[in-house]
Design a protein around this ligand. Structure first.
Ligand SMILES: Cc1ncc(COP(=O)(O)O)c(C=O)c1O
Length: 389
């Protein structure tokens, strides 16, 4: 085998190739100086710092969100954690919503306080209360960062961003978990958010086959987060970046289809007398319907409904279903269903469940974009009827 180094034969592939390289070569000393020291030339160095497949998809994600810059991460949680650790220091104050994703809540409740960061929890159930509480806390403390999530799961609560921005000091950073409402349904940065965070695992990828995270927004903040990603290494690999890039081609088509399905199924569920209530921001019965009209271009495929049943009897309904998978995720091609107190909140006490407004009859259905919705509806119908004993 000859040992002379090989060069890439050509670079005119329509699709970005999957780059899987632990390091990158430099052609000469000047390349090292320009690429690594001065950073005036874009050239790879080492696989924890750069990967051309990431750069390609990061650029596309910036374009999608209207961001100055984007970073890809190993998971949505890695994107969240790296962002918070990069932007916060000991003694800083942060505000977070009670209704945010359980593991993000754990970061605010358990990890950040251990690092000496003061976290203030405020419920978003009442949008006016949320704004007034944030205003009060910002007057009492120099709040460094306000974290938001909308819609929240499982209630699909929203936040009045215009009102909120009026009470937050200019220098306070606003981050937003937009996993449930990616573009084109919602453009967080357009409404004054500084960094939008995604579990790319969900709608952005939309095939249920990778775990990936995204942070998009202001370049000065992304640069800081990038230093932490370089250092702590919560990176996605080339194959994951490739699959996410592939998925972005169909994001708009998928969201359009999913929004229609969401509305269709939510309307059916609302008419069904065996269902106590339905939470979907596209329905006028949702407490934040007006906010949805203002901020969202579509309401997605996650529909939450409540049965007037105890935990056991709700489980009987789910067990009778033949169509959806009993699984916890959303944005996948397949339809998934979960009983909230059996899945996401299975470790919560009754008191904690009451505090977050989740009852034993709460069910979350995450509609896929495959399979026909009338069969799903018929399946829900038969399961509701056949699980009453
Ligand atoms: C709203 C929300 N944010 C963040 C995450 C974390 O994302 P990942 O699973 O990609 O780490 C999830 C995962 O379920 C989520 O639902």
């Amino acid at each position: 085998m000859p040992n002379k180094r090989r060069l890439e034969p050509y670079n005119n592939s329509i699709n970005i190739p999957v780059y899987n390289s632990a390091s990158y070569y430099f052609n000469n000393k000047d390349d090292v100086i320009d690429g690594m020291h001065k950073k005036t030339k874009q050239i790879g160095r080492y696989g924890r710092y750069n990967n051309p497949t990431w750069l390609y998809v990061e650029d596309r994600l910036s374009e999608l969100s209207g961001a100055e810059d984007t970073l890809l991460f190993a998971s949505g949680m890695a994107a969240h954690f790296t962002t918070f650790v990069a932007l916060l220091n000991k003694g800083d104050h942060v505000i977070f919503p009670s209704e945010c994703y359980r593991q993000v809540r754990n970061i605010f409740k358990k990890i950040l306080p251990e690092l000496g960061i003061e976290t203030h929890e405020v419920s978003i159930v009442d949008p006016e209360f949320f704004v007034s509480e944030v205003s009060r806390i910002c007057k009492e403390h120099p709040v460094k960062l306000v974290h938001l999530e909308m819609p929240s799961s499982p209630h699909m609560y929203l936040i009045d961003l215009d009102n909120l921005k009026n009470v937050i000091p200019k220098e306070t950073i606003v981050t937003m978990d937009s996993s449930f409402s990616p573009p084109p349904n919602f453009y967080a940065l357009k409404w004054g958010v500084d960094i939008t965070l995604f579990s790319g695992t969900k709608y952005l990828n939309g095939h249920g086959d990778i775990i990936v995270g995204v942070a998009s927004g202001r370049k000065d903040l992304i640069d800081k987060i990038n230093w932490y990603r370089d250092t702590t290494g919560a990176i996605a690999d080339g194959q994951v970046a490739y699959l996410l890039n592939r998925s972005l081609h169909t994001l708009e088509l998928r969201m359009k289809e999913i929004n229609q399905r969401g509305m269709y199924v939510a309307e059916y569920l609302e008419k069904n007398s065996l269902i106590k209530n339905v939470l979907y921001t596209g329905l006028s019965s949702h407490p934040h319907y007006e906010l949805g009209k203002k901020y969202l271009n579509g309401h997605g495929g996650v529909v939450t409904f409540t049965l007037d049943r105890n935990e056991e009897d709700t489980a009987k309904f789910i067990d009778k279903l033949e169509f959806p998978y009993m699984a916890s995720n959303f944005g996948a091609p397949q339809t998934l269903i979960e009983q909230s107190t059996f899945f996401t909140y299975f470790e919560y006490s009754e008191e904690e469940l009451n505090a977050i407004g989740v009852s034993y009859g709460t069910v979350r259905i995450a509609l896929g974009y495959t399979g026909d919705m009338d069969s799903l509806i018929a399946d829900i119908d038969q399961a509701l009827k056949s699980s009453i004993y």
